[in-house]
Ligand binder design. Sequence first.
Ligand SMILES: [Zn+2]
Ligand SMILES: [Zn+2]
Length: 132
Amino acid sequence: MEEDKKSASRNTKQKGEILRVIRDAKGPLSVKEIHDISKKSIQNIGIATVYRSVNHLLESGSIHEIQLPGESSRFEISHLDHHHHFHCKVCDRVFDVEICPFPMENLPKGFTLDSHEIILYGVCSECNNSSK
Ligand SMILES: [Zn+2]
Ligand SMILES: [Zn+2]
């Protein structure tokens, strides 16, 4: 029983840490990226633990899944303001972009809009700087 309690509190701590990693990120993260970052703060954390925590966080609604075409799933914190994603083709990371370039008005008469998705592709500032 003691062991169970200990491992349960460890799981809670790891889940909290993984949530922090996702919250502090500049954009949605893949499980591999979450694993790479959380390794720095959680000793010996395995990819299976990251998967498990991500699933728990998904079920509880703390995070949600972002699926970009042809990419593995990424995860970001729920309830962010409206934003878009910028996919860097050099480092393969995805960044949040706060601007929305799509005019919400000017729709044809009688149309109402629920949502839209725009994905921006290019090179991030880090990759642009390192190529100079
Ligand atoms: Zn980049
Ligand atoms: Zn938008």
